[in-house]
Each structure stands twice: as structure tokens, then as C-alpha cells.
Design a protein around this ligand. Structure first.
Ligand code: SAM
Length: 216
């Protein structure tokens, strides 16, 4: 059967995301607009709007749409926000963030994936995303502080450098736990300096490899 993007994306939004609590209209519209089929290998195009992760090479994955939507919704991205993403992968989550914020810095440790994301993003005009190759577990101090930080790989704990690079009043979404199973956490750094942590759901991310993450 011929790939019908509109039908597939509507099914994802109406049958999978909304019933599971994704209700923020801006997030849903971003999910509607960003073409997930442009961030995966061509051979998987027919599965672009399935609610599951897909392989993108180098043993890495593009995250499940529900998890992308849940993390984005929890971060409550504002149009003026400066966002830091750790784990560029395909560039799909960065594109969703770019739709909602002013500027996105995204770090990826695997050079070939960063190059893949660059092609995917720039060919579609996402010019407010800056891609960096390196160890994102230590953040990007030269551009800090950030309004929002999203970590799309599993960390053993919240990396101190990332927490320090979060603005007061800012939010961070991060999977924390073991190498294979984690708790998806929302960390809020209140204006008075207090820290609030909440759990969004259980999850399975690939490991964050680096100085403040797991060893390779
Ligand atoms: N956000 C991605 C997307 O939309 O396609 C999916 C990210 S994938 C689940 C996790 C990514 O984190 C992988 O590409 C992996 O190479 C990367 N990664 C792991 N440790 C990292 C680190 N210390 N710094 C930057 N990237 C890292």
C-alpha cells in the first residue's frame, strides 16, 4: 500500500498520543508538522509513524514518538527558549524543539550521526539548530545557561555540569537509572534555587557514554 503521511500521522496523534495524555496543542502540532520519515533510513519509511523507536545506524535509535512528545510537553518549551539537547541521533527531536523554541544546541558523540542529522535538518530548513560533536554529558558551558535541557540517552545520575548549566526557573528532562531500564525524570530548578524532581514514566534509552555518563 502507498505511504499516506497524513493518515499515518493523524492515527499516531489521535490513537496513540492523545489517549496517553499528550494534550499540549503546540506539541501535537509540532509532531504533526515534523516529517519523521525524513529522519530514518528510506527502507523504514512505511513505519515512520509507528509508536516505537527505529534503528538509525551505529547501534542507535530514533526515540518512540510518545517519549519525544512526553519529554517535549513536560519541558513546556516557550518561543524564546534556548534549549540544549544531548544525543542528536537522527535530529528528529531537535526538529521538534526547533519548531517550538528560539534556538537549539544539540550534541552528539558519534560524528557520522551528527552528519546524518545535519543533512536531515538543514535540507528541511531548520536553521535554528546548532550541531556539536562531542561528549554532551558535560554540557556546553560556552553557551550556558539554558532554559531547557533534554537528555535523550540514559544517565546513571543527573550530571552535575548539566544541572549547573540550567537556568534558574529552567527544566531538564532526563532518563536516569541503569544501563537498560530507567526512570524518565523532570528536574525543575526553581527561581529560589530549590530543586523539584518528578517521575514521568519508566523508559529504555541507549546509554549516555561519557565523562558524566557510562563508560564505553
Ligand atoms: N534524539 C535522537 C533523535 O531524535 O533521533 C535520539 C537519540 S538516541 C536514543 C541517543 C543518542 O545519544 C545516540 O545517538 C548516542 O550516540 C548519543 N549519545 C550517547 N552518549 C552521548 C554523549 N555523551 N554525548 C552526546 N551524545 C551521546
Amino acid at each position: 500500500m502507498k505511504f499516506n503521511r497524513e493518515k499515518e500521522v493523524e492515527h499516531l496523534i489521535e490513537r496513540e498520543l492523545k489517549p496517553d495524555g499528550i494534550t499540549d496543542e503546540r506539541v501535537l502540532q509540532a509532531l504533526y508538522r515534523v516529517k519523521r520519515e525524513r529522519f530514518i533510513p528510506q527502507s523504514l519509511k512505511d513505519r515512520a509513524y509507528g509508536n516505537y523507536p527505529l534503528p538509525i545506524g551505529e547501534n542507535q535509535t530514533i526515540s518512540q514518538p510518545y517519549i519525544v512528545a512526553l519529554m517535549t510537553q513536560a519541558l513546556d518549551i516557550k518561543p524564546s527558549d534556548k534549549v540544549l539537547e544531548i544525543g542528536t541521533g537522527s535530529g528528529y527531536q531537535a526538529a521538534i524543539l526547533a519548531e517550538l523554541s528560539s534556538v537549539v544546541y544539540s550534541i552528539e558523540r558519534i560524528e557520522s550521526l551528527s552528519a546524518y542529522a545535519r543533512t536531515n535538518l538543514y535540507s528541511q530548513g531548520y536553521n535554528n539548530v546548532f550541531l556539536i560533536v562531542g561528549d554532551g554529558s558535560v554540557g556546553l558551558p560556552e553557551y550556558a545557561p539554558f532554559d531547557k535541557i533534554i537528555v535523550t540517552a540514559a544517565a546513571p545520575r543527573v550530571p552535575d555540569p548539566l544541572f549547573s548549566q540550567l537556568k534558574k526557573g529552567g527544566k531538564m528532562a532526563i532518563p536516569v537509572g541503569g544501563r537498560s531500564v530507567q526512570d524518565l525524570q523532570l528536574i525543575e530548578k526553581a527561581l529560589n534555587g530549590r530543586v523539584y524532581k518528578s517521575s514521568l514514566c519508566g523508559c529504555r534509552f541507549v546509554p549516555l557514554i561519557g565523562g558524566e555518563g557510562w563508560k564505553d
